[in-house]
Design a protein around this ligand. Structure first.
Ligand code: HEC
Ligand code: HEC
Ligand code: HEC
Ligand code: HEC
Length: 445
Protein backbone atom coordinates (compact mmCIF):
# COMPACT_ATOMS: atom_id res chain seq x y z
CA UNK A 1 0.00 0.00 0.00
CA UNK A 2 2.74 2.40 0.99
CA UNK A 3 4.75 1.51 -2.11
CA UNK A 4 1.78 2.10 -4.43
CA UNK A 5 1.14 5.47 -2.89
CA UNK A 6 4.80 6.44 -3.19
CA UNK A 7 4.90 5.55 -6.88
CA UNK A 8 1.75 7.53 -7.53
CA UNK A 9 3.30 10.55 -5.91
CA UNK A 10 6.46 10.11 -7.97
CA UNK A 11 4.41 9.86 -11.16
CA UNK A 12 2.81 13.27 -10.62
CA UNK A 13 4.51 16.18 -12.47
CA UNK A 14 7.00 17.89 -10.20
CA UNK A 15 5.11 21.19 -10.27
CA UNK A 16 1.93 19.59 -9.00
CA UNK A 17 3.87 17.67 -6.38
CA UNK A 18 5.34 20.89 -5.07
CA UNK A 19 1.92 22.54 -4.92
CA UNK A 20 0.37 19.63 -3.06
CA UNK A 21 3.06 19.64 -0.36
CA UNK A 22 3.83 23.27 0.43
CA UNK A 23 5.69 22.28 3.60
CA UNK A 24 8.10 20.04 1.67
CA UNK A 25 11.87 20.49 1.47
CA UNK A 26 13.46 22.41 -1.36
CA UNK A 27 13.47 20.89 -4.84
CA UNK A 28 16.04 18.07 -4.73
CA UNK A 29 16.46 17.58 -8.50
CA UNK A 30 19.98 18.82 -9.41
CA UNK A 31 20.05 22.50 -10.41
CA UNK A 32 22.61 22.91 -13.17
CA UNK A 33 23.00 26.69 -12.99
CA UNK A 34 22.25 29.68 -15.25
CA UNK A 35 25.25 28.90 -17.48
CA UNK A 36 23.49 25.66 -18.50
CA UNK A 37 20.45 27.62 -19.75
CA UNK A 38 22.07 30.81 -21.00
CA UNK A 39 24.41 29.59 -23.74
CA UNK A 40 24.39 31.68 -26.94
CA UNK A 41 22.48 29.00 -28.91
CA UNK A 42 19.89 28.61 -26.15
CA UNK A 43 18.59 31.44 -23.95
CA UNK A 44 21.67 33.64 -24.23
CA UNK A 45 21.05 35.52 -27.50
CA UNK A 46 21.71 39.26 -27.60
CA UNK A 47 18.38 39.96 -29.32
CA UNK A 48 14.91 38.49 -28.98
CA UNK A 49 15.14 36.70 -32.31
CA UNK A 50 14.19 33.12 -31.34
CA UNK A 51 11.60 31.43 -33.57
CA UNK A 52 9.40 30.35 -30.64
CA UNK A 53 10.65 31.93 -27.43
CA UNK A 54 12.70 35.14 -27.37
CA UNK A 55 15.96 33.30 -26.48
CA UNK A 56 17.47 36.42 -24.94
CA UNK A 57 15.88 35.62 -21.56
CA UNK A 58 19.25 35.59 -19.80
CA UNK A 59 19.94 39.17 -20.86
CA UNK A 60 16.54 40.34 -19.59
CA UNK A 61 16.94 38.38 -16.34
CA UNK A 62 20.37 39.98 -15.85
CA UNK A 63 19.47 43.55 -16.90
CA UNK A 64 21.28 45.78 -14.41
CA UNK A 65 19.15 48.82 -15.24
CA UNK A 66 15.65 47.44 -14.76
CA UNK A 67 13.37 45.50 -12.42
CA UNK A 68 13.52 42.54 -14.81
CA UNK A 69 17.05 42.07 -13.46
CA UNK A 70 16.05 42.00 -9.77
CA UNK A 71 16.52 38.24 -9.42
CA UNK A 72 20.03 38.27 -10.89
CA UNK A 73 20.92 40.98 -8.31
CA UNK A 74 19.25 39.22 -5.38
CA UNK A 75 22.40 37.56 -4.02
CA UNK A 76 24.76 40.46 -4.78
CA UNK A 77 22.55 42.73 -2.68
CA UNK A 78 23.57 40.64 0.34
CA UNK A 79 27.02 42.25 0.07
CA UNK A 80 25.57 45.77 0.33
CA UNK A 81 25.91 47.81 3.54
CA UNK A 82 22.17 47.57 4.26
CA UNK A 83 22.32 43.76 4.19
CA UNK A 84 25.48 43.60 6.28
CA UNK A 85 23.89 45.91 8.85
CA UNK A 86 20.93 43.49 9.09
CA UNK A 87 23.43 40.69 9.70
CA UNK A 88 25.23 42.70 12.40
CA UNK A 89 22.00 43.28 14.32
CA UNK A 90 21.00 39.62 14.07
CA UNK A 91 24.45 38.24 14.88
CA UNK A 92 24.87 36.65 11.41
CA UNK A 93 28.54 36.96 10.49
CA UNK A 94 28.07 36.53 6.72
CA UNK A 95 24.56 37.08 5.38
CA UNK A 96 25.64 36.06 1.88
CA UNK A 97 26.36 32.54 3.20
CA UNK A 98 23.48 32.23 5.66
CA UNK A 99 20.57 30.04 4.56
CA UNK A 100 18.22 32.45 6.36
CA UNK A 101 19.02 34.91 3.59
CA UNK A 102 20.17 32.82 0.59
CA UNK A 103 17.03 30.64 0.58
CA UNK A 104 15.30 33.67 -0.98
CA UNK A 105 18.20 35.76 -2.26
CA UNK A 106 19.51 32.78 -4.19
CA UNK A 107 18.42 29.43 -5.55
CA UNK A 108 17.86 27.27 -2.45
CA UNK A 109 18.29 23.91 -4.25
CA UNK A 110 20.32 21.52 -2.08
CA UNK A 111 21.52 19.49 -5.08
CA UNK A 112 23.75 21.49 -7.44
CA UNK A 113 25.56 20.77 -10.69
CA UNK A 114 29.14 21.79 -11.58
CA UNK A 115 28.15 25.08 -13.25
CA UNK A 116 25.83 26.18 -10.44
CA UNK A 117 26.87 29.49 -8.89
CA UNK A 118 25.36 30.96 -5.77
CA UNK A 119 26.34 34.42 -7.07
CA UNK A 120 23.79 34.04 -9.89
CA UNK A 121 21.12 34.77 -7.30
CA UNK A 122 17.62 33.59 -8.14
CA UNK A 123 18.52 31.70 -11.32
CA UNK A 124 16.36 30.14 -14.02
CA UNK A 125 15.81 26.84 -12.20
CA UNK A 126 14.68 28.53 -8.97
CA UNK A 127 11.52 29.35 -10.95
CA UNK A 128 11.44 26.79 -13.75
CA UNK A 129 12.51 23.76 -11.69
CA UNK A 130 15.76 21.80 -11.52
CA UNK A 131 16.79 20.71 -15.02
CA UNK A 132 19.30 18.00 -14.22
CA UNK A 133 19.48 14.45 -13.01
CA UNK A 134 18.88 11.20 -14.88
CA UNK A 135 15.23 11.99 -15.54
CA UNK A 136 15.73 15.78 -15.75
CA UNK A 137 13.98 17.87 -18.36
CA UNK A 138 17.02 19.54 -19.92
CA UNK A 139 18.00 16.90 -22.49
CA UNK A 140 14.55 16.46 -24.04
CA UNK A 141 13.84 20.19 -23.79
CA UNK A 142 17.00 21.12 -25.69
CA UNK A 143 16.02 18.59 -28.37
CA UNK A 144 12.65 20.32 -28.84
CA UNK A 145 10.29 18.30 -26.63
CA UNK A 146 6.75 19.61 -26.20
CA UNK A 147 5.81 21.68 -23.16
CA UNK A 148 3.69 18.78 -21.86
CA UNK A 149 6.70 16.45 -22.12
CA UNK A 150 8.93 18.96 -20.36
CA UNK A 151 6.40 19.26 -17.56
CA UNK A 152 6.16 15.47 -17.31
CA UNK A 153 9.97 15.50 -16.92
CA UNK A 154 9.85 18.00 -14.07
CA UNK A 155 9.71 21.51 -15.59
CA UNK A 156 7.39 23.55 -13.38
CA UNK A 157 4.19 24.54 -15.18
CA UNK A 158 4.27 28.14 -13.94
CA UNK A 159 2.08 29.27 -16.81
CA UNK A 160 -0.65 28.01 -14.45
CA UNK A 161 -1.48 30.85 -12.07
CA UNK A 162 -1.91 28.68 -8.95
CA UNK A 163 1.50 27.05 -9.40
CA UNK A 164 3.10 30.40 -10.14
CA UNK A 165 1.46 32.01 -7.11
CA UNK A 166 2.76 29.31 -4.79
CA UNK A 167 6.24 29.63 -6.28
CA UNK A 168 6.49 33.42 -5.97
CA UNK A 169 4.90 33.45 -2.50
CA UNK A 170 7.70 31.19 -1.24
CA UNK A 171 10.04 34.18 -1.45
CA UNK A 172 7.69 37.16 -1.70
CA UNK A 173 5.72 36.16 1.39
CA UNK A 174 7.46 33.13 2.94
CA UNK A 175 7.16 29.36 3.14
CA UNK A 176 7.61 26.49 5.56
CA UNK A 177 10.75 25.37 3.70
CA UNK A 178 14.10 25.92 5.41
CA UNK A 179 15.25 29.55 5.44
CA UNK A 180 12.32 31.06 3.52
CA UNK A 181 10.75 33.38 6.04
CA UNK A 182 11.35 37.02 6.93
CA UNK A 183 10.44 37.22 10.60
CA UNK A 184 9.56 40.45 12.39
CA UNK A 185 12.94 40.11 14.04
CA UNK A 186 14.61 40.31 10.60
CA UNK A 187 12.42 43.31 9.70
CA UNK A 188 13.25 45.02 12.96
CA UNK A 189 16.91 44.52 12.01
CA UNK A 190 16.29 46.52 8.84
CA UNK A 191 14.73 44.21 6.22
CA UNK A 192 12.05 45.90 4.07
CA UNK A 193 8.44 44.83 4.46
CA UNK A 194 7.43 42.35 1.74
CA UNK A 195 4.72 43.55 -0.60
CA UNK A 196 3.55 41.46 -3.55
CA UNK A 197 0.88 41.20 -6.20
CA UNK A 198 1.13 38.21 -8.55
CA UNK A 199 0.07 39.71 -11.85
CA UNK A 200 1.84 43.05 -11.49
CA UNK A 201 5.07 41.40 -10.34
CA UNK A 202 4.84 38.86 -13.16
CA UNK A 203 4.81 41.67 -15.71
CA UNK A 204 7.61 43.54 -13.93
CA UNK A 205 9.96 40.58 -14.32
CA UNK A 206 8.59 39.17 -17.60
CA UNK A 207 10.94 37.78 -20.23
CA UNK A 208 8.30 36.11 -22.38
CA UNK A 209 5.57 37.11 -24.88
CA UNK A 210 2.05 35.72 -24.64
CA UNK A 211 1.66 35.55 -28.42
CA UNK A 212 -0.14 33.07 -30.63
CA UNK A 213 2.75 30.64 -30.47
CA UNK A 214 2.73 30.80 -26.67
CA UNK A 215 -1.03 30.17 -26.60
CA UNK A 216 -0.55 27.01 -28.68
CA UNK A 217 1.97 25.64 -26.18
CA UNK A 218 0.86 27.00 -22.82
CA UNK A 219 -2.00 28.43 -20.89
CA UNK A 220 -2.69 32.19 -20.97
CA UNK A 221 -4.64 32.91 -17.83
CA UNK A 222 -4.95 36.67 -18.31
CA UNK A 223 -4.34 39.39 -15.76
CA UNK A 224 -7.67 39.32 -13.93
CA UNK A 225 -7.65 35.60 -13.24
CA UNK A 226 -3.98 35.67 -12.27
CA UNK A 227 -4.64 38.58 -9.89
CA UNK A 228 -7.66 36.90 -8.27
CA UNK A 229 -5.90 33.56 -7.77
CA UNK A 230 -2.87 35.40 -6.39
CA UNK A 231 -5.04 37.10 -3.76
CA UNK A 232 -6.72 33.84 -2.73
CA UNK A 233 -3.46 31.94 -2.37
CA UNK A 234 -1.79 34.79 -0.46
CA UNK A 235 -4.61 34.62 2.10
CA UNK A 236 -4.22 30.86 2.28
CA UNK A 237 -0.43 31.07 2.61
CA UNK A 238 -0.49 33.45 5.58
CA UNK A 239 -3.10 31.42 7.41
CA UNK A 240 -1.29 28.12 6.84
CA UNK A 241 2.05 29.47 8.05
CA UNK A 242 0.64 31.26 11.10
CA UNK A 243 0.05 28.25 13.43
CA UNK A 244 3.68 27.05 13.43
CA UNK A 245 5.31 30.49 13.75
CA UNK A 246 6.04 32.34 16.96
CA UNK A 247 8.50 34.89 18.34
CA UNK A 248 9.44 33.70 21.79
CA UNK A 249 6.37 33.97 23.98
CA UNK A 250 4.54 36.02 21.32
CA UNK A 251 2.92 35.08 18.03
CA UNK A 252 4.99 36.03 14.99
CA UNK A 253 4.30 39.74 14.37
CA UNK A 254 4.71 39.84 10.58
CA UNK A 255 1.24 38.38 10.08
CA UNK A 256 -0.23 41.49 11.66
CA UNK A 257 -0.71 44.96 10.33
CA UNK A 258 2.52 46.88 10.99
CA UNK A 259 0.69 50.11 11.82
CA UNK A 260 -1.59 48.47 14.36
CA UNK A 261 1.45 48.39 16.68
CA UNK A 262 3.68 51.07 15.17
CA UNK A 263 1.69 54.15 16.09
CA UNK A 264 2.24 57.19 18.22
CA UNK A 265 0.28 57.54 21.46
CA UNK A 266 -0.22 60.08 24.21
CA UNK A 267 -1.58 60.39 27.76
CA UNK A 268 -2.83 63.88 26.95
CA UNK A 269 -6.66 63.73 26.92
CA UNK A 270 -6.68 66.46 24.27
CA UNK A 271 -4.91 64.19 21.78
CA UNK A 272 -7.33 62.20 19.62
CA UNK A 273 -6.91 58.43 19.45
CA UNK A 274 -5.36 57.29 16.19
CA UNK A 275 -6.99 53.85 15.75
CA UNK A 276 -9.49 54.00 12.88
CA UNK A 277 -12.92 52.47 12.76
CA UNK A 278 -13.36 49.80 10.15
CA UNK A 279 -16.70 48.06 9.71
CA UNK A 280 -15.00 44.96 8.28
CA UNK A 281 -13.02 44.38 11.49
CA UNK A 282 -14.93 43.65 14.68
CA UNK A 283 -11.89 44.19 16.91
CA UNK A 284 -11.67 45.23 20.51
CA UNK A 285 -9.49 48.35 20.94
CA UNK A 286 -5.80 47.84 21.59
CA UNK A 287 -5.36 44.56 19.70
CA UNK A 288 -2.74 43.98 17.03
CA UNK A 289 -4.67 43.64 13.81
CA UNK A 290 -4.34 40.71 11.38
CA UNK A 291 -2.86 42.06 8.13
CA UNK A 292 -5.92 41.76 5.92
CA UNK A 293 -4.50 43.35 2.75
CA UNK A 294 -5.13 40.26 0.62
CA UNK A 295 -8.42 39.43 2.36
CA UNK A 296 -9.79 42.84 1.33
CA UNK A 297 -8.91 42.34 -2.32
CA UNK A 298 -10.05 38.73 -2.27
CA UNK A 299 -13.44 39.94 -1.03
CA UNK A 300 -13.58 42.33 -4.00
CA UNK A 301 -12.74 39.52 -6.45
CA UNK A 302 -15.20 37.10 -4.83
CA UNK A 303 -18.07 39.57 -4.83
CA UNK A 304 -17.93 39.48 -8.65
CA UNK A 305 -16.51 36.07 -9.56
CA UNK A 306 -17.85 33.88 -6.75
CA UNK A 307 -21.00 35.57 -5.42
CA UNK A 308 -22.25 32.44 -3.66
CA UNK A 309 -19.03 32.02 -1.66
CA UNK A 310 -18.55 35.75 -1.02
CA UNK A 311 -20.85 35.99 2.05
CA UNK A 312 -19.01 33.05 3.66
CA UNK A 313 -15.69 34.80 3.01
CA UNK A 314 -17.00 38.01 4.62
CA UNK A 315 -18.32 36.13 7.63
CA UNK A 316 -15.11 34.17 8.13
CA UNK A 317 -12.94 37.26 7.69
CA UNK A 318 -14.86 39.04 10.44
CA UNK A 319 -14.66 35.91 12.60
CA UNK A 320 -10.89 35.81 12.16
CA UNK A 321 -10.49 39.43 13.29
CA UNK A 322 -12.77 38.84 16.25
CA UNK A 323 -11.02 35.59 17.22
CA UNK A 324 -7.77 37.36 18.13
CA UNK A 325 -9.66 39.08 20.93
CA UNK A 326 -10.81 35.69 22.26
CA UNK A 327 -7.98 33.17 22.30
CA UNK A 328 -5.37 31.31 20.33
CA UNK A 329 -7.50 28.18 19.82
CA UNK A 330 -10.26 30.35 18.38
CA UNK A 331 -7.80 32.14 16.11
CA UNK A 332 -6.41 28.86 14.78
CA UNK A 333 -9.90 27.48 14.10
CA UNK A 334 -11.05 30.70 12.42
CA UNK A 335 -7.85 30.80 10.37
CA UNK A 336 -8.22 27.19 9.22
CA UNK A 337 -11.81 27.80 8.08
CA UNK A 338 -10.89 30.96 6.17
CA UNK A 339 -7.87 29.29 4.61
CA UNK A 340 -10.11 26.51 3.22
CA UNK A 341 -12.46 29.08 1.74
CA UNK A 342 -9.51 30.89 0.13
CA UNK A 343 -8.35 27.62 -1.46
CA UNK A 344 -11.90 26.96 -2.69
CA UNK A 345 -12.02 30.45 -4.19
CA UNK A 346 -8.69 29.91 -5.96
CA UNK A 347 -10.13 26.72 -7.51
CA UNK A 348 -13.30 28.53 -8.53
CA UNK A 349 -11.34 31.42 -10.09
CA UNK A 350 -9.33 28.84 -12.00
CA UNK A 351 -12.55 27.76 -13.75
CA UNK A 352 -13.92 31.28 -14.10
CA UNK A 353 -14.10 33.53 -17.16
CA UNK A 354 -13.30 37.17 -16.80
CA UNK A 355 -14.73 39.45 -19.47
CA UNK A 356 -14.93 43.23 -19.64
CA UNK A 357 -18.07 43.43 -17.48
CA UNK A 358 -16.51 41.32 -14.71
CA UNK A 359 -13.28 43.31 -14.77
CA UNK A 360 -15.13 46.63 -14.53
CA UNK A 361 -17.25 45.24 -11.69
CA UNK A 362 -14.08 44.17 -9.87
CA UNK A 363 -12.55 47.61 -10.35
CA UNK A 364 -15.70 49.07 -8.86
CA UNK A 365 -15.48 46.70 -5.88
CA UNK A 366 -11.80 47.60 -5.37
CA UNK A 367 -12.22 51.36 -5.77
CA UNK A 368 -15.71 52.08 -4.45
CA UNK A 369 -17.20 49.21 -2.43
CA UNK A 370 -13.99 48.64 -0.48
CA UNK A 371 -12.96 52.30 -0.20
CA UNK A 372 -13.63 52.77 3.51
CA UNK A 373 -11.86 49.51 4.35
CA UNK A 374 -8.38 50.72 3.45
CA UNK A 375 -7.71 52.14 6.88
CA UNK A 376 -4.09 50.92 6.72
CA UNK A 377 -1.43 51.52 4.11
CA UNK A 378 -0.78 47.83 3.48
CA UNK A 379 -4.34 47.40 2.21
CA UNK A 380 -3.99 50.69 0.36
CA UNK A 381 -0.91 49.49 -1.50
CA UNK A 382 -2.74 46.30 -2.54
CA UNK A 383 -5.69 48.38 -3.77
CA UNK A 384 -3.54 50.50 -6.11
CA UNK A 385 -1.71 47.45 -7.41
CA UNK A 386 -5.12 45.84 -8.06
CA UNK A 387 -6.37 48.87 -9.98
CA UNK A 388 -3.14 48.97 -11.99
CA UNK A 389 -3.36 45.24 -12.81
CA UNK A 390 -7.06 45.24 -13.72
CA UNK A 391 -6.67 48.28 -15.97
CA UNK A 392 -3.68 46.72 -17.70
CA UNK A 393 -5.75 43.56 -18.23
CA UNK A 394 -8.53 45.57 -19.92
CA UNK A 395 -6.01 47.07 -22.32
CA UNK A 396 -4.27 43.73 -22.97
CA UNK A 397 -7.62 42.11 -23.83
CA UNK A 398 -8.55 44.98 -26.16
CA UNK A 399 -11.48 45.88 -23.89
CA UNK A 400 -10.44 49.43 -23.16
CA UNK A 401 -8.85 52.19 -25.14
CA UNK A 402 -5.13 52.31 -24.40
CA UNK A 403 -5.02 56.12 -24.50
CA UNK A 404 -7.93 56.41 -22.06
CA UNK A 405 -6.17 54.11 -19.62
CA UNK A 406 -2.87 55.94 -20.08
CA UNK A 407 -4.69 59.14 -19.17
CA UNK A 408 -5.41 57.50 -15.80
CA UNK A 409 -1.72 57.15 -15.00
CA UNK A 410 -1.39 60.39 -12.99
CA UNK A 411 -4.32 59.33 -10.76
CA UNK A 412 -2.73 55.91 -10.22
CA UNK A 413 0.61 57.52 -9.44
CA UNK A 414 -1.07 59.82 -6.91
CA UNK A 415 -2.61 56.79 -5.19
CA UNK A 416 0.73 54.91 -5.23
CA UNK A 417 2.38 57.97 -3.68
CA UNK A 418 -0.31 58.20 -0.99
CA UNK A 419 0.42 54.60 0.04
CA UNK A 420 4.21 54.79 -0.16
CA UNK A 421 5.16 56.09 3.28
CA UNK A 422 3.57 54.30 6.22
CA UNK A 423 4.16 57.30 8.47
CA UNK A 424 2.48 59.75 6.13
CA UNK A 425 -0.54 57.50 5.53
CA UNK A 426 -3.83 59.39 5.41
CA UNK A 427 -6.97 57.38 4.62
CA UNK A 428 -8.99 60.45 3.49
CA UNK A 429 -6.25 61.51 1.05
CA UNK A 430 -6.04 57.96 -0.23
CA UNK A 431 -9.82 57.68 -0.64
CA UNK A 432 -9.79 60.91 -2.64
CA UNK A 433 -7.13 59.46 -4.95
CA UNK A 434 -9.20 56.28 -5.40
CA UNK A 435 -12.33 58.30 -6.12
CA UNK A 436 -10.42 60.12 -8.87
CA UNK A 437 -9.53 56.79 -10.47
CA UNK A 438 -13.09 55.47 -10.06
CA UNK A 439 -14.58 58.48 -11.85
CA UNK A 440 -12.34 57.92 -14.89
CA UNK A 441 -12.88 54.15 -14.84
CA UNK A 442 -16.63 54.69 -15.13
CA UNK A 443 -15.98 56.45 -18.46
CA UNK A 444 -14.33 53.28 -19.79
CA UNK A 445 -17.55 51.26 -19.56
C1 HEC B 1 11.24 34.97 2.46
C2 HEC B 1 12.29 35.41 1.57
C3 HEC B 1 13.39 36.31 2.08
C4 HEC B 1 14.30 36.08 3.09
C5 HEC B 1 14.36 34.88 4.02
C6 HEC B 1 15.17 37.22 3.12
N1 HEC B 1 14.81 38.12 2.15
FE1 HEC B 1 15.68 39.92 1.81
N2 HEC B 1 14.22 40.36 0.43
C7 HEC B 1 13.26 39.48 -0.01
C8 HEC B 1 12.44 40.14 -1.00
C9 HEC B 1 11.27 39.51 -1.74
C10 HEC B 1 12.94 41.46 -1.13
C11 HEC B 1 12.38 42.57 -2.00
C12 HEC B 1 11.39 43.32 -1.16
C13 HEC B 1 10.50 44.21 -1.97
O1 HEC B 1 11.00 45.22 -2.45
O2 HEC B 1 9.31 43.89 -2.14
C14 HEC B 1 14.06 41.56 -0.20
C15 HEC B 1 14.82 42.71 -0.03
C16 HEC B 1 15.99 42.77 0.73
C17 HEC B 1 16.85 43.91 0.81
C18 HEC B 1 16.64 45.24 0.10
C19 HEC B 1 17.15 45.06 -1.29
C20 HEC B 1 17.09 46.29 -2.14
O3 HEC B 1 17.12 46.09 -3.39
O4 HEC B 1 16.99 47.39 -1.61
C21 HEC B 1 17.93 43.56 1.61
C22 HEC B 1 19.12 44.40 1.96
C23 HEC B 1 17.69 42.20 2.05
N3 HEC B 1 16.51 41.75 1.49
C24 HEC B 1 18.55 41.47 2.86
C25 HEC B 1 18.23 40.24 3.44
C26 HEC B 1 19.03 39.60 4.46
C27 HEC B 1 20.33 40.12 5.02
C28 HEC B 1 18.37 38.45 4.78
C29 HEC B 1 18.74 37.44 5.85
C30 HEC B 1 18.87 37.93 7.19
C31 HEC B 1 17.17 38.37 3.95
N4 HEC B 1 17.13 39.47 3.15
C32 HEC B 1 16.24 37.35 4.00
C33 HEC B 1 13.07 38.18 0.40
C34 HEC B 1 13.73 37.60 1.49
C1 HEC C 1 11.48 34.75 -10.76
C2 HEC C 1 11.13 33.61 -11.53
C3 HEC C 1 11.81 33.37 -12.86
C4 HEC C 1 13.15 33.31 -13.11
C5 HEC C 1 14.29 33.53 -12.15
C6 HEC C 1 13.28 32.97 -14.51
N1 HEC C 1 12.04 32.84 -15.07
FE1 HEC C 1 11.63 32.36 -17.00
N2 HEC C 1 9.65 32.66 -16.67
C7 HEC C 1 9.09 32.95 -15.46
C8 HEC C 1 7.65 33.11 -15.63
C9 HEC C 1 6.66 33.44 -14.53
C10 HEC C 1 7.38 32.86 -17.00
C11 HEC C 1 6.00 32.90 -17.69
C12 HEC C 1 5.27 31.61 -17.47
C13 HEC C 1 5.76 30.49 -18.33
O1 HEC C 1 5.77 30.65 -19.56
O2 HEC C 1 6.12 29.43 -17.79
C14 HEC C 1 8.66 32.56 -17.62
C15 HEC C 1 8.81 32.21 -18.95
C16 HEC C 1 10.02 31.83 -19.51
C17 HEC C 1 10.15 31.32 -20.85
C18 HEC C 1 9.00 30.97 -21.72
C19 HEC C 1 8.73 31.71 -22.91
C20 HEC C 1 7.68 30.99 -23.75
O3 HEC C 1 7.28 31.62 -24.73
O4 HEC C 1 7.26 29.85 -23.46
C21 HEC C 1 11.47 31.06 -21.05
C22 HEC C 1 12.12 30.51 -22.31
C23 HEC C 1 12.16 31.39 -19.84
N3 HEC C 1 11.25 31.86 -18.93
C24 HEC C 1 13.52 31.24 -19.65
C25 HEC C 1 14.19 31.62 -18.48
C26 HEC C 1 15.63 31.59 -18.35
C27 HEC C 1 16.61 31.11 -19.40
C28 HEC C 1 15.92 32.07 -17.11
C29 HEC C 1 17.26 32.31 -16.48
C30 HEC C 1 18.18 33.13 -17.24
C31 HEC C 1 14.64 32.36 -16.46
N4 HEC C 1 13.63 32.08 -17.34
C32 HEC C 1 14.50 32.82 -15.17
C33 HEC C 1 9.74 33.10 -14.26
C34 HEC C 1 11.11 33.09 -14.09
C1 HEC D 1 13.96 32.03 -4.63
C2 HEC D 1 13.28 33.25 -4.22
C3 HEC D 1 12.42 34.02 -5.20
C4 HEC D 1 11.43 33.51 -6.00
C5 HEC D 1 10.99 32.06 -6.19
C6 HEC D 1 10.85 34.65 -6.65
N1 HEC D 1 11.46 35.81 -6.26
FE1 HEC D 1 11.09 37.69 -6.95
N2 HEC D 1 12.57 38.44 -5.78
C7 HEC D 1 13.29 37.71 -4.86
C8 HEC D 1 14.19 38.61 -4.15
C9 HEC D 1 15.14 38.22 -3.03
C10 HEC D 1 13.97 39.91 -4.67
C11 HEC D 1 14.65 41.21 -4.24
C12 HEC D 1 15.92 41.39 -5.00
C13 HEC D 1 16.55 42.74 -4.78
O1 HEC D 1 15.88 43.70 -4.38
O2 HEC D 1 17.72 42.84 -5.09
C14 HEC D 1 12.96 39.75 -5.71
C15 HEC D 1 12.51 40.81 -6.51
C16 HEC D 1 11.47 40.71 -7.40
C17 HEC D 1 10.96 41.80 -8.21
C18 HEC D 1 11.47 43.23 -8.23
C19 HEC D 1 10.60 44.11 -7.37
C20 HEC D 1 10.98 44.09 -5.94
O3 HEC D 1 10.09 43.99 -5.09
O4 HEC D 1 12.19 44.16 -5.63
C21 HEC D 1 9.91 41.31 -8.94
C22 HEC D 1 9.05 42.08 -9.91
C23 HEC D 1 9.77 39.91 -8.61
N3 HEC D 1 10.74 39.58 -7.69
C24 HEC D 1 8.82 39.05 -9.14
C25 HEC D 1 8.73 37.68 -8.86
C26 HEC D 1 7.73 36.80 -9.44
C27 HEC D 1 6.61 37.22 -10.36
C28 HEC D 1 8.01 35.55 -8.97
C29 HEC D 1 7.30 34.25 -9.29
C30 HEC D 1 7.21 33.95 -10.72
C31 HEC D 1 9.18 35.64 -8.14
N4 HEC D 1 9.57 36.95 -8.08
C32 HEC D 1 9.79 34.55 -7.54
C33 HEC D 1 13.23 36.35 -4.65
C34 HEC D 1 12.42 35.47 -5.35
C1 HEC E 1 2.30 43.12 17.65
C2 HEC E 1 2.96 44.39 17.50
C3 HEC E 1 3.85 44.63 16.31
C4 HEC E 1 3.54 44.44 14.98
C5 HEC E 1 2.26 43.94 14.39
C6 HEC E 1 4.69 44.87 14.23
N1 HEC E 1 5.67 45.30 15.06
FE1 HEC E 1 7.49 46.02 14.52
N2 HEC E 1 8.00 46.20 16.47
C7 HEC E 1 7.21 45.87 17.55
C8 HEC E 1 7.98 45.98 18.75
C9 HEC E 1 7.48 45.70 20.16
C10 HEC E 1 9.27 46.42 18.38
C11 HEC E 1 10.47 46.73 19.26
C12 HEC E 1 10.44 48.18 19.58
C13 HEC E 1 11.71 48.66 20.23
O1 HEC E 1 12.74 47.96 20.20
O2 HEC E 1 11.68 49.79 20.73
C14 HEC E 1 9.24 46.56 16.94
C15 HEC E 1 10.30 46.99 16.16
C16 HEC E 1 10.29 47.16 14.79
C17 HEC E 1 11.32 47.80 14.01
C18 HEC E 1 12.60 48.41 14.55
C19 HEC E 1 12.33 49.85 14.83
C20 HEC E 1 13.53 50.53 15.43
O3 HEC E 1 13.62 51.73 15.21
O4 HEC E 1 14.32 49.87 16.10
C21 HEC E 1 10.93 47.77 12.71
C22 HEC E 1 11.68 48.31 11.51
C23 HEC E 1 9.66 47.10 12.67
N3 HEC E 1 9.28 46.76 13.94
C24 HEC E 1 8.94 46.87 11.52
C25 HEC E 1 7.70 46.25 11.48
C26 HEC E 1 7.00 45.91 10.26
C27 HEC E 1 7.50 46.20 8.86
C28 HEC E 1 5.83 45.32 10.63
C29 HEC E 1 4.74 44.75 9.74
C30 HEC E 1 5.14 43.72 8.81
C31 HEC E 1 5.81 45.30 12.09
N4 HEC E 1 6.96 45.86 12.55
C32 HEC E 1 4.75 44.79 12.85
C33 HEC E 1 5.89 45.48 17.49
C34 HEC E 1 5.20 45.18 16.36
Amino acid sequence: MVAVFASLVLAAPAGLRAAATPAAQHDSVPHLGVASCGGSTCHGRQEATGPRVRQNERLTWADPASLTGAHARAWKILGAPRARAIGDRLGIADVSASRDCTACHGDPAPNRGAQFQQSDGVGCEACHGGAGGKAGWLAGHAAGASHADNVANGLWAIDRPALRANLCLDCHFGSAKPGQFVTHRIMAAGHPRLSFELDLFTSLQAHHDEDRDYAARKRIAGGVQTWAIGQALAVERALTLYPARSAGAFPEFVFFDCRSCHRSFSDDPAVALVARRNAARPMPPGQPLWNDENMLLLAAAASVAAPTLAPQLERQSRALHASFGIGRTDALAAGAALSRTAAQLAAQFERGRFGKAETLAMLDAVLVRNADRYTDYQGGTQAVMAADTLLAALVAAGQADRAAVLALRPDLDRAYAAARDANAWSPPAFRAALAGIAARVRQLA
